[in-house]
Design a binder for this molecule. Structure first.
Ligand code: SAH
Length: 231
């Protein structure tokens, strides 16, 4: 297997590749830089109604995805010899970071389980060593959009996918700061000119201005990103 290979376990395989079939990710897929297959979780149910969920032990609202059905789907998609990380999209997971995205992009791929309903039985998370990853502090109706987000972030970092390798390095978060503002033509828009320094041609001053902008923007919007200086 060459390139990054993603396997997505879902009740809605038709949601893939979705947005990832277009633009940068879509072209990269066609060029063979990465590939994606889906596994229909329901195919691993054993009763005639093909049940994948049941009521929560202890009571309460909603339904929970069954451990036995999910374990069969995971074992089919990712046998023991598979060295790809097994990920569960989950609001209880570790927040996804650009650092984790980079690690994933450097690896062989990922097996991604998309939850639905109230979530999945804890025993399959433990038994199959699933790494829980969250894309933010809000609740989606299912893991599929979260899987698309994770894969989008990973795919753009794969070798040869981004035309200009530079732009990957300067991005927000790559240096612990938010990115500086951008401008392009026209020179004047609704009476507002492009900051003079950007048209000065002085690359040293431009770099310093951008750095300064990055720092003040980060301090204002995301003070949590700025590490306190440790003595
Ligand atoms: N009852 C759960 C939420 C279930 S939402 C709780 O309170 O924690 C249904 C599914 O959507 C989850 O199993 C997960 O796969 C996905 N999901 C929802 N929000 C997500 C988020 N912020 N990040 C990643 N996946 C999420």
């Amino acid at each position: 297997m060459t390139g990054f290979h993603a396997t997505v376990l879902t009740l809605y395989p038709e949601m893939f590749p979705g947005a990832l079939g277009h633009s940068l990710a879509g072209r990269a897929m066609q060029a063979g830089s990465w590939s994606l297959d889906t596994v229909q979780i329901r195919d691993f149910a054993t009763d005639k109604h093909r049940t994948v969920d049941d009521t929560p032990a202890g009571g309460g609202a909603g339904m929970v995805m069954r451990a036995d059905v999910l374990a069969r789907a995971i074992d089919h998609a990712s046998p023991e010899t598979d060295n790809r990380p097994r990920i569960l999209m989950s609001p209880r997971g570790k927040p996804l970071t650009q650092a984790r995205v980079r690690e994933l992009a450097a690896g062989p791929g990922a097996v991604i389980l998309c939850g639905r309903f109230e979530g999945v039985d804890q025993r399959v998370i433990d038994a199959r060593g699933l790494e829980e990853i969250s894309i933010g502090d809000y609740i989606l109706s299912g893991g599929e959009p979260a899987a698309l987000v994770l894969l989008d972030a990973v795919v753009r970092l794969l070798p040869g996918v981004m035309g200009n390798e530079e732009s990957g390095v300067q991005e927000s978060f790559e240096n612990g700061l938010l990115e500086h503002p951008h401008y392009t033509r026209p020179a004047e828009f609704e009476g507002v000119a492009i900051p003079e320094i950007l048209t000065s041609g002085n690359h040293g001053k431009i770099a310093a201005w951008r750095r300064e902008q990055s720092e003040s923007l980060t301090a204002e919007r995301r003070p949590d990103l700025i590490q306190p200086v440790t003595k």
